[in-house]
Design a protein around this ligand. Structure first.
Ligand SMILES: Cc1cc2nc3c(=O)[nH]c(=O)nc-3n(C[C@H](O)[C@H](O)[C@H](O)COP(=O)(O)OP(=O)(O)OC[C@H]3O[C@@H](n4cnc5c(N)ncnc54)[C@H](O)[C@@H]3O)c2cc1C
Length: 575
């Protein structure tokens, strides 16, 4: 059995920032574990920026940032968490800058800031359109400097919890095929999002919701999983992201008539309305027959109004992605785009210090278990996340979780993992290696992704969602009869694909079940049969607890303290 004081699973911005904070105490043995090389974590693909109310380009303040966040999330945001996100934003940016993060500059030499959807001030700090990469690299350098142990290309298979006390994890060394127990007094999951269950997505191959499902299987409920964000500017076909920075810089979105249709949906903000609103507008135009290209499944984004010089300076990745993946030169032609599954608002429920909580009657914690970043649901994004708030969340709440761990870890008992604790993970790997059923993992996964996109996508109805649930159940049965081709020990990605499909089938059921139950439209969850937001019945978070025959749904209140109730009362969300 391997052993550490603190083990961080996931080396995106949330995991790395937490590990860095914990390593402030040199007496603690901290390790970080990731199924991909740390610098290949999805955070590195983030393009557009990281929010903070520095006020460098225009008047701004933390409370304006908080209000935009609460409104952008269609009020399903826990306001204590949103306050911290906004208040602690600037100091986190300065800290990254002091570590050496190369943010783009304005003419006075200050950190440059640009506009993003749903933010009333230019608030996105950026490093051209490679912001995630810039921040991730800097954090990794700091971790190496501190000598933090890194398990690179190790796969966490199971979380071990005994009597509500976290013991550690069971992990698989992808290079050797060995299964190892790693005990730790405190474990933090920064395992990222779950967008890979959708056919069209911006997410990396690794974004398969592993951490979310490991927590769920250990008795932790999942919060607000039905809220999935569809980004309006995915490259047609592949869904590869073209950063919202393009619209921030002044790109237009037009239909087959060349008309900037956002005038009909959010005249006050046009293309810079929040993502859920722009994605729905696009989908409506496409369904009304005003789509572009032969497939009629997309609209155009036109970057030419920005001007060549500025595009080359501020949007080099957008330029290259369109050229390389669609063969279109945005300097010359408009680019076909479509809604693409982008961000997971739901996840593992935790408090503002990253402590995972059961959210049952006494809101018990899982002792020694923490979460941060996209895998968690501290609920700063509510029903819809604003662009650039997620990198900020990963950094702010990664740091807060690190501090949360420092506050308690000295008082926690050493933990242990025995053979019984490892049985589930070993059994699962063995099952896949021995299975000889007729079904193929790749085929089931493709069908699952079609189902989620077509029946649980930008718009949803009761009928489609019930079909989706029946589909998912049938895929779960077929999965039990599936087999893999590679039975080897070294770099068996076939095996890991099978494990990941198991995760996707499990959380897809939770997404669909939550979506069926929620008979209203709010943020990223848009029901054609219930088009209005319904605060009387649905101003509450969904909690899905795992039972033998599927999730059991409960609900809990949204945090709205008296001072917030006064400052940011519930109101209609218009732009
Ligand atoms: C293309 C794209 C562009 C984006 N642009 C922006 C932007 O400009 N601004 C913004 O604010 N947000 C943006 N986002 C969202 C933002 O990047 C993510 O929400 C954020 O980076 C998530 O960070 P994280 O640390 O939570 O997880 P991730 O960066 O996704 O990292 C997850 C980590 O968990 C590890 N992991 C997962 N499962 C396992 C397992 N079973 N075993 C071991 N390790 C595991 C992975 O290896 C990885 O290291 C973008 C997202 C995408 C997809």
């Amino acid at each position: 059995m391997l052993q550490h004081d603190v083990l961080i699973v996931g080396s995106g911005l949330a995991g790395m920032r937490a590990a860095l904070e914990v390593s402030e105490d040199p007496s603690l043995d901290v390790a970080i574990l990731s199924k991909v090389h740390p610098l290949r974590s999805h955070s590195g693909a983030a393009q557009g920026g990281i929010a903070a109310s520095l006020g460098n380009s225009a008047e701004d303040s933390w409370d304006l940032h908080m209000f935009d966040t609460v409104k952008g999330g269609d009020f399903l945001v826990d306001q204590n968490a949103a306050e911290l996100l906004a208040r602690e934003g600037p100091e986190n940016i300065f800290e990254l800058e002091h570590m050496g993060c190369a943010f783009s500059r304005d003419e006075q030499g200050r950190v440059a800031q640009r506009r993003f959807g749903g933010h009333t001030a230019p608030r996105a700090c950026y490093a051209a359109d490679r912001t995630g990469h810039a921040v991730l690299t800097v954090l990794f350098e700091q971790l190496l400097r501190r000598g933090v142990k890194v398990y690179s290309e190790w796969y966490a298979l199971d979380l071990v919890v005994r009597d509500r006390v976290c013991q550690g994890i069971v992990a698989y060394d992808i290079l050797t095929g060995q299964i190892e127990a790693i005990a730790a007094k405190a474990v933090m999951f920064g395992t990222g999002g779950y967008g890979r269950a959708f056919r069209v997505t911006t997410n990396a191959f690794a974004s398969t919701g592993d951490g979310v499902v490991m927590a769920y299987r250990s008795g932790v409920p999942l919060e607000d999983m039905e809220f999935v964000q569809f980004h309006p500017t995915g490259l047609q076909g592949s869904g590869i992201l073209l950063s919202e920075a393009a619209r921030g810089e002044g790109a237009h979105i037009v239909n087959s008539d060349g008309y900037r249709f956002m005038a009909d949906y959010a005249a006050g903000r046009m293309e810079l309305a929040p993502r859920d609103i722009v994605a729905r507008a696009e989908q409506s135009e496409i369904e009304a027959g005003r789509g572009v290209t032969d497939l009629q499944d997309s609209v155009f984004m036109d970057l030419r109004p920005i001007g060549e010089e500025r595009i080359r300076y501020a949007l080099p990745s957008v330029l290259h992605l369109a050229r390389d993946f669609a063969g279109i030169d945005p300097l010359v032609d408009p680019v076909p785009i479509q809604p693409t599954a982008h961000y997971s608002m739901g996840g593992i429920p935790c408090d503002i210090n990253g402590q995972v909580r059961l959210k049952d009657q006494d809101d018990a914690p899982i002792v020694g278990f923490f979460a941060a970043g996209e895998a968690s649901c501290v609920s700063v994004h509510g029903a819809n996340r604003l662009g650039t708030n997620s990198l900020l969340e990963a950094v702010v709440f990664g740091r807060r979780s690190g501090r949360g761990i420092l506050d308690v870890v000295k008082d926690l008992e050493p933990t242990s993992i025995d053979e019984g604790d490892m049985a589930r993970a070993i059994g699962e790997v063995d099952k896949h290696l021995r299975a000889d059923g007729p079904e193929k993992v790749g085929a089931i996964r493709a069908e699952l992704r079609d189902t989620m996109m077509d029946k649980c996508g930008v718009f949803r109805t009761d009928e489609q969602l019930h079909e989706a649930l029946a589909d998912v159940k049938s895929y779960q049965e077929r999965y039990e009869r599936s087999s893999i081709d590679d039975h080897g020990q070294t770099f068996n990605t076939d095996l890991l694909d099978a494990v990941e499909l198991g995760h996707m089938l499990e959380y897809a059921e939770v997404i669909v079940s939550g979506a069926i139950a929620r008979q209203e439209s709010r943020g990223g969850h848009a029901r054609r049969d219930f088009p209005e937001r319904d605060d009387d019945n649905w101003f509450k978070h969904t909690l899905a607890y795992r039972e033998e025959d599927g999730p059991r749904l409960e609900y809990c209140a949204v945090n709205m303290e008296p001072q917030h109730r006064e400052a940011f009362p519930l109101q209609e969300r218009t732009y």
